[in-house]
Design a protein around this ligand. Structure first.
Ligand code: ADP
Ligand code: GLC
Length: 482
């Protein structure tokens, strides 16, 4: 882009994309942000691996580049096409030996991370880098490369010596996931040696660390909420990488994620047995009844239902929910858990389900329709995360009049107020005490309905965040003061 030219073009690189490949919020963001940028005039494209459901959904595609033997792999074709109901063109890396596998993008269905993840994600980084340099598609070259999380972060290493420089943004969605590999793997990446020298951008305590390269080599680093941007520079949430992030000083900024209301709005949600809005909540009552029969809860009339829609694990504080479940049931409330992850925590919820039949249930499948029904049919959503970079479900829940109960960290602190939900700070209160507060407020119908109404009216749409990202792109291109 030149100063005479008001068009701005950006290539996003990510591994997940709702609804084709999703393990969590990254998929929702990678789907919604490029579209939101498109609506404010940014010429946006996306590059993702060719996972099976992506390949089968791809339309009007053509091969823009192909290679054999790249990073030691067999055939790779780069296809440019579109996906149903989307405006953002997508480059799909069709490399069956790397990506034609069922299930999660990261791990074997029963056997942990794929053994060749280094090359699977290096390929994504390499492709994003060469596209950003203009080397793969002669018809399109972006002004900015925007990389999400560690998986494509090697793109920033592949452009580290490019001239002219490739302007770049790296977004940290979660510093728990860093992309660490043994140092000997460096020789397989076809990168200049200075990158993995001791204290170099890729070296971290003797390992290769994709996340560190992303943080150190991008022109700007963003996190998905302002509070998390502060937390990742502090020891307690930094996972040892806080000093690396601190070293980026003013290049770090937190931009809150948004909600795609064309997917998450009870007025037009295709997954619900009845739709509803602020002015007519009859449909929400029907969703509650359907939820109970769908997940096997007793019909307890107006008794409140607490819902969880989440990966289960330490980060999410799922063990705290299991600890509080007996008290929750003793107070006459019900609990629905839609989620899986840590096997021990799953077992604890199954044991609670056996002991409190009809009052506690767990469903471990990853089911978009069930997630929507739970968020619509519940009264409160519990999210006591120990860390939460942003969190999307609490924002979804607000739109469905399901009041969030959260631990005030990261994006939870930035999106749940006393008018729209319940939050606790560990040193001052516990989850059980906060559940009591929810139950007391639930008895006070005028107060509860006031909160429901305020929550449902909150606007978390992507527009403001897309503007904030555009400003960052313009800053690094030197078109506005930083
Ligand atoms: P994270 O990305 O850390 O998992 P977020 O709150 O940002 O947390 O996003 C979680 C996303 O995954 C939401 O879209 C939520 O609805 C979805 N999700 C989590 N668990 C399930 C499940 N078992 N079935 C369907 N969707 C789920
Ligand atoms: C990560 C975070 C979550 C965030 C999501 C999307 O998965 O754990 O808090 O909402 O990314 O940015």
């Amino acid at each position: 882009m030149t100063s005479h030219d008001c068009s701005l073009s950006v290539l996003h690189a990510a591994t997940e994309l709702f609804p084709w490949i999703k393990t969590g919020g990254l998929a929702d963001v990678a789907a919604a942000l490029p579209e939101a940028l498109g609506t404010i005039g940014v010429d946006t494209r996306l590059v993702i691996p060719g996972f099976p459901d992506v390949i089968s959904a791809l339309r009007d595609d053509r091969v823009v580049y192909e290679a054999q033997g790249l990073l030691g792999t067999s055939r790779m074709q780069l296809r440019l096409g579109t996906l149903p109901s989307r405006n953002t063109p997508v480059y799909v890396i069709d490399a069956p030996s790397l990506y034609a596998r069922p299930g999660s993008p990261y791990s074997h269905p029963h056997n942990g991370d794929w053994g060749d993840n280094l090359i699977r994600f290096a390929m994504l980084g390499w492709t994003a880098a060469r596209l950003a340099e203009g080397g793969l598609d002669p018809h399109w070259r972006p002004d900015v490369l925007h990389v999400h999380d560690w998986h494509p972060a090697l793109a920033l290493a592949y452009v580290a010596d490019s001239w002219p420089p490739v302007k770049s943004v790296f977004t940290i969605h979660n510093i728990d996931y860093q992309g660490r590999f043994p140092p000997a793997d460096f020789n397989r990446l076809d990168l200049p040696h200075w990158l993995c020298a001791p204290y170099g951008p890729l070296e971290f305590f003797g390992d290769l660390c994709f996340l560190k390269a992303g943080v150190l080599l991008a022109h700007k680093v963003t996190t998905v909420s302002p509070t998390y941007a502060r937390e990742v520079t502090e020891g307690q949430h930094g996972h040892g990488i806080d000093s690396v992030i601190r070293s980026r000083g003013d290049a770090l900024i937190g931009i809150l994620n948004g909600v795609n209301y064309s997917v998450w709005d009870p007025r037009n949600d295709e997954h619900l047995p009845a739709r509803f809005g602020i002015d007519d909540l009859a449909g929400k009552a029907r969703c509650k009844t359907t939820l109970r029969s769908r997940v096997g809860l007793n019909d307890r009339g107006d008794a409140p239902i607490f819902v969880v829609v989440s990966r289960l694990g330490w980060q999410k504080g799922s063990d705290l929910i299991a600890n509080a479940a007996d008290d929750l049931v003793a107070r006459g409330a019900q609990l629905v858990v839609i989620g899986s992850g840590d096997r021990q925590i799953e077992e604890r919820f199954k044991e609670l389900q056996n002991r409190h039949g009809g009052m506690v249930t767990i469903h471990t499948e990853f089911s978009e329709p069930l997630a929507h029904l739970a968020i619509a049919g519940g009264d409160a959503l519990i999210m006591p995360s120990r860390q939460e970079p942003c969190g999307l479900t609490q924002m979804y829940a607000k739109r469905y009049g399901t009041l969030p109960l959260v631990h005030a960290v990261g994006g939870l602190a930035d999106t749940v107020t006393i008018e729209t939900g319940f939050s606790f700070v560990e040193r001052e209160s516990s989850l059980t005490a906060t559940i009591d507060r929810v139950l007391q407020t639930h008895q006070d119908r005028p107060r509860w309905m006031q909160m429901v109404s305020t929550a449902m009216r909150t606007d978390h749409s992507w527009g403001k965040s897309a503007e904030a990202y555009r400003n960052i792109y313009l800053q690094i291109l030197g078109n506005t003061p930083s």
